[in-house]
Write a protein that binds this ligand. Structure first.
Ligand SMILES: Cc1cc2nc3c(=O)[nH]c(=O)nc-3n(C[C@H](O)[C@H](O)[C@H](O)COP(=O)(O)O)c2cc1C
Length: 188
């Protein structure tokens, strides 16, 4: 099957958002390396119908289209700000609407931002088990960034940029054959 898109989704509740900036950077870099189309969305894009929804069919057409794009993506880049030591509540509400089977085997790069380094393990202790429930295939390297990793709305930390590169290489290995071939092509 031909590879289609990389979709980034950020669980930020406010804009401008460092989490969205991080998800955009990872998504753009992965799309560049894998020669694929890409799109990035966040909770703001989903709008107000998400909060009231008790099932996917309750979402309005715009929100449903974003969820469908997430489910159809060949590679996901997921991010959330750390809120009280975990992902944001509204992000979890979105995830709760998904059928458990719909993310099985999906390659995912995990990212998060926080106010301090103390919560860097949100990726290992919160996000990875959440997507483990879905039997998704998460790249081993997660990317966590704090305020000081950003400058002028961009990622300024060499360490974070290196982790992005590493996670993309790992995600390439999780892709079906067609995606891996593109990764090799892009690396030449
Ligand atoms: C309600 C709330 C709770 C937060 N809880 C934490 C926390 O537990 N640990 C942490 O490191 N940062 C915490 N923060 C800081 C945010 O995670 C941090 O500023 C993040 O980068 C914001 O992302 P955004 O710019 O995408 O909104 C909290 C912020 C808010 C508003």
């Amino acid at each position: 099957m031909a590879l289609r898109t990389i979709v980034g989704f950020s669980g930020n509740l406010a804009r401008p958002s460092r989490t969205r900036t991080l998800v955009e950077a990872v998504t753009a870099s992965a799309a560049d390396r894998l020669l694929l189309g890409s799109a990035v969305h966040d909770l703001e894009d989903l709008g107000l119908s998400l909060g009231a929804a008790r099932r996917l069919n309750d979402l309005d057409a715009g929100a449903r289209a974003i969820v469908d794009a997430i489910l159809a993506a060949d590679l996901l880049v997921i991010g959330s700000p750390t809120y009280k030591g975990s992902y944001t509540g509204l992000f979890k509400h979105l995830i709760d609407l998904l059928d458990p089977a719909t993310l099985a085997g999906k390659p995912i790069i995990l990212t998060a931002t926080g106010g301090s380094d103390r919560h860097a393990l949100i990726i290992e202790h919160q996000l990875r088990p959440l997507f483990g429930f879905f039997a998704a295939h998460t790249a081993p390297t997660g990317i966590y960034a704090t305020d000081r990793d950003f400058q002028d709305g961009r990622i300024a930390s060499t360490q974070v940029l290196q982790r992005i590169d590493q996670s993309i290489v790992e995600a390439g290995r999780l892709l079906p054959e067609a995606g891996r071939a593109r990764l090799l092509l892009a690396a030449e």
